[in-house]
Structures are given as structure tokens and as C-alpha cells.
Design a protein around this ligand. Structure first.
Ligand code: PLP
Length: 467
């Protein structure tokens, strides 16, 4: 790598000019142990193709989590590169405020609405899943205020969930780690139960009964808080950041009936699941979910452009549209909303998904993927396996009888991550609790065999360290 740093007097200069030293000296990595960063050299990625990515030392890794789930087509793609090049060569940037539009934005909007999980009236673009979910919260408040119920503004999300990193979406995260050190306290943002039947199901309780218990618990919360103060329920249909947790049997049917009973909007977070992850284009389709708003992001442009979308149905759109007249506009949106290059790449991605029948490929390969990953369930570190499409979720346990999670002192998650890397595999660990497999959509059978072989090797090494 060529050093581009020439040095400014007010900066601390790295002692060597290596990329690793410059990274340690200058880069503030998100979601990272900042102190440890100084002692641990970064893994510097320089390229990749298919499901493999390589670093600047010549090592190659199989990406079992498609980076953060966004690299649906792997790590490089000529066709999408051309789409980006053509857009930049023609109209590299323009905003979409106050009725300024561009052909890529119009085409993408039309396309997305034509394939939405349930009928949607409009789509607004942002650059990240966080911003899409944040926008959904703002629209919820706007909607209920317009409906003459400004007090109906509490949002319920679930324990174990992750919806992003804006202030509001962080506060909605049911993952306490993302709140650490910042004193998050928003009384209007409420939490209900995580959907992990393996961990939280009671002995003898069926999945249906577990679902009913979760729904009863949600109803208790709604009644305790007063239904007239609850604006929306925000949920990913399979809980991505709890490690790809599937909803227990009957869950979505019962939840939707409850939301209807108390006139609460449903925001479906399809940031991770959109475009085929579950084996259907949308997780909403798998579980019969009819949301009022849907956010999506990761696979929208195959991870090659930062773009997200929020779709809203007729019910919400009509009210928001009319209300905006009162204020002379809906004063919300980002400079990058409807960015022509991002839209061009997203549009080409969706066309590519269709031309190459990527959904058909996922459906064809999913049974093999499920069978192979499920076979890891016999490993001594594993308590349970569940999965759908190209989602595989493993519950790790130190006691199969009690189903308990390894304690923090075990460093299980960190050990498995490191062992994976030693074995040429990027594995997504949810602390010490779960492994989440979510490879690129283009994964083939021999990649799956290789992925599971490397994962087992890593798990064997860690098991030997711990027992
Ligand atoms: N929603 C879910 C379910 C996610 O998994 C994520 C990110 O992983 C987000 C929202 C936030 O997306 P972003 O990181 O693009 O802001």
C-alpha cells in the first residue's frame, strides 16, 4: 500500500509508515475496542471475489456473514461497477429536496414499489438502515400528531434487537452494549421480549404457547402504558442482531392481531432480510406480515453503495402528504437521499438479481446450506440450531441441560472470532451467545462445505482451550 500521508505538524506521526501503524494512529473504528486497537494490528482488506475476501498479507477468508450482511453478491462486481461509472460520468450527484428529481431515483422508486412485500404508496431514500428506521420513527410521530393524537408516540422494540446507531435507533436497540457510556434514557421508547424460544421457552411449553406468552407480555406493557400513548411497534421479522433468531410458531399472526386491536403502527425492519435472505424476497412474505412501513438497506445495492429505503403504505402516506401542506413541507431528508449513483447501482442490483435469478439460486441452495450448518449442532459448544433460507443461527451453551450462556470470563465469542480468522473464516459472533451465518447470496455448495469445515475446526480449537 502506498502511503499517502505527508504529515502535518499538529498530528502525532506513526513511528513507522506501515498501513497498520497509520491505521492505529489515525483511524477511529466503529464498534471496536479503541484501547486494544493500539496493540492489535488491523486486518487490512484489499480485495475479494465471490464469498472470499483477502487482506494485504495475502490471506484469504471465507466471509460467512457477508461482511455485515450487505455483501449479497460478494466483494466485487463488474456490472455494478459499470452502473456506478456511468452514473458518475453522467450525473454524479444531485439532491432530491423540493421536487428536484433524477431518472435513477424515479426508476428505482417505481421498481422498489413494484416488488414491495405488501402494497406501498411511496419510498424515501437514505444512506443507512439507521436513517431509514429513524425516519420511520419521525413519520410515526408526524402521523399520529396529524391524526389528532399527538400523545400516541411511544415506540416499542424488542430486547436483543438492533435497529441502528442514530440517537433514536440506538435507544431503540434492545442490545444494552450500544447504550454503554452515554446514559440513554428515553421514556417514550419501550422494550418487549426477545423471541428466543430455546433460551426463554419454559420446560414443556410449546412454541405456540411461548408466542402467546410473549404476546400477553406485550399486551400487558401496552395496557400498563395506555394504548393511547403507543404509536408503533418496530421489529425485524427475524431478529438479525440476536443472531438470526426466527419467530416462534404463531408469533407474527398473534402480534399483528394485537397491534390491530390497539391501533398501533407496524414498522418492519427488513434492513438485513430484504431481497432474499430468508429464501423469499422479503421476510414479511414468509411470515405473512403486513407492515405500515418497511425499511430496507443492506442488499439493496449489494452493499456497493450506501443506500437505504423506507417504504410507507397508503394509510401513512395520505396523512403525511396532507399534513405537510399545513407546514409548507415535510422538513426531513438527507443530502444523499435519492443520490443518483446509489440509485443507479441499486437499480442495477435489482435487475441483476432478476436476470441471474438470485432468489431462485437462494431457494435451490438453502436446503443444502441448512443441512450443513445444522450438522454443527452436535458440537459440544452448541445447544441449538435454527435457520431459514441463508440464515443459520447457533445457540452456544456451556451446559446443554440448563441452556446457559458461557460467562464473560470465557471470552467465548472473542475466542471463536479469532479461531475463525486463524482458519480463514470470518464468523459473526453475538457475544458469547450465538453464531450467525448469513453468507453472500451467491454462495455455492463447495463454499458451504468449506465454511462449515472451517467453522468446526475453529470450534474444536476453542473447545479444547476451554475444557
Ligand atoms: N436494522 C437491522 C436489523 C440491522 O441489522 C442494522 C445493521 O446491522 C440496522 C438496522 C442499521 O443499519 P446501518 O448499519 O446501515 O445503519
Amino acid at each position: 500500500m502506498v502511503a499517502i500521508f505527508s504529515g502535518k505538524p499538529n498530528m502525532t506521526l506513526p513511528s513507522t509508515n506501515s498501513a497498520a501503524a497509520r491505521d492505529a494512529a489515525f483511524v477511529f473504528h466503529p464498534h471496536s475496542n479503541l484501547k486494544a486497537q493500539a496493540e492489535t494490528p488491523p486486518i487490512i482488506m484489499t480485495g475479494g471475489s465471490g464469498v472470499y475476501i483477502r487482506d494485504d498479507q495475502g490471506n484469504s477468508y471465507l466471509e460467512s456473514a457477508a461482511s455485515l450482511g450487505q455483501c449479497s453478491l460478494g466483494f466485487s462486481n463488474e456490472r455494478l461497477a459499470k452502473a456506478a461509472y456511468e452514473a458518475i460520468s453522467t450525473l454524479g450527484s444531485i439532491h432530491s429536496f423540493r421536487n428536484i428529481s433524477n431518472p435513477y431515483l424515479i426508476d428505482l422508486s417505481e421498481k422498489l414499489l413494484s416488488i414491495a412485500p405488501t402494497p406501498m404508496a411511496r419510498v424515501m431514500f437514505q444512506s443507512s438502515g439507521s436513517e431509514a428506521n429513524d425516519t420511520a420513527v419521525k413519520l410515526t410521530w408526524y402521523y399520529w400528531a396529524a391524526m389528532g393524537k399527538p400523545q400516541k408516540r411511544k415506540i416499542i422494540s424488542r430486547d436483543g434487537s438492533y435497529h441502528g446507531n442514530t440517537i433514536i435507533t440506538t435507544a431503540l436497540n434492545g442490545n444494552p452494549a450500544t447504550h454503554l457510556g452515554c446514559g440513554f434514557n428515553f421514556p417514550e421508547l419501550l422494550k418487549t421480549d426477545v423471541t428466543n424460544y430455546y433460551r426463554h421457552g419454559k420446560p414443556g411449553e410449546t412454541e405456540e404457547q411461548f408466542s402467546q406468552r410473549l404476546v400477553d407480555s406485550l399486551e400487558d406493557l401496552i395496557l400498563r402504558e395506555d394504548p393511547e400513548t403507543i404509536g408503533a411497534f418496530l421489529a425485524d421479522i427475524t431478529q438479525a442482531n440476536s443472531g438470526g433468531l426466527l419467530p416462534p410458531a404463531g408469533y407474527w399472526e398473534k402480534i399483528q392481531a394485537l397491534l390491530k386491536k390497539y391501533d398501533i403502527l407496524l414498522i418492519a425492519d427488513e434492513v438485513v432480510t430484504g431481497f432474499g435472505r430468508t429464501g423469499q424476497r422479503w421476510a414479511c412474505e414468509v411470515y405473512g406480515v403486513t407492515p405500515d412501513m418497511v425499511s430496507t438497506a443492506k442488499a439493496l445495492a449489494a452493499g456497493f453503495q450506501p443506500i437505504s429505503a423506507l417504504m410507507l403504505n397508503e394509510r401513512v402516506w395520505n396523512v403525511v402528504r396532507d399534513e405537510s401542506a399545513k407546514y409548507g413541507g415535510f422538513w426531513h431528508g438527507y443530502t444523499w437521499a435519492g443520490h443518483p449513483v446509489a440509485c443507479a447501482v441499486a437499480l442495477e442490483t435489482i435487475k441483476l438479481y432478476e436476470d441471474e435469478d438470485i432468489l431462485g439460486h437462494i431457494q435451490e441452495i438453502a436446503p443444502f446450506f441448512q443441512e450443513q450448518v445444522a450438522a454443527l449442532a452436535d458440537h459440544p459448544l452448541v445447544g441449538n440450531y435454527q435457520g431459514i433460507g441463508l440464515i443459520g443461527g447457533i445457540d452456544l451453551t456451556d451446559d446443554r441441560e440448563k441452556r446457559t450462556v458461557f460467562g464473560p470470563e470465557s471470552q467465548l465469542g472473542a475466542r471463536l472470532t479469532k479461531a475463525g480468522i486463524r482458519n480463514g473464516l470470518f464468523m459473526r459472533l453475538m457475544g458469547n451467545a450465538r453464531i450467525h451465518f448469513s453468507p453472500p447470496f451467491i454462495i455455492e455448495k463447495d463454499d458451504i462445505v468449506e465454511m462449515v469445515t472451517r467453522a468446526r475446526r475453529a470450534m474444536d480449537e476453542v473447545n479444547a482451550e476451554l475444557r
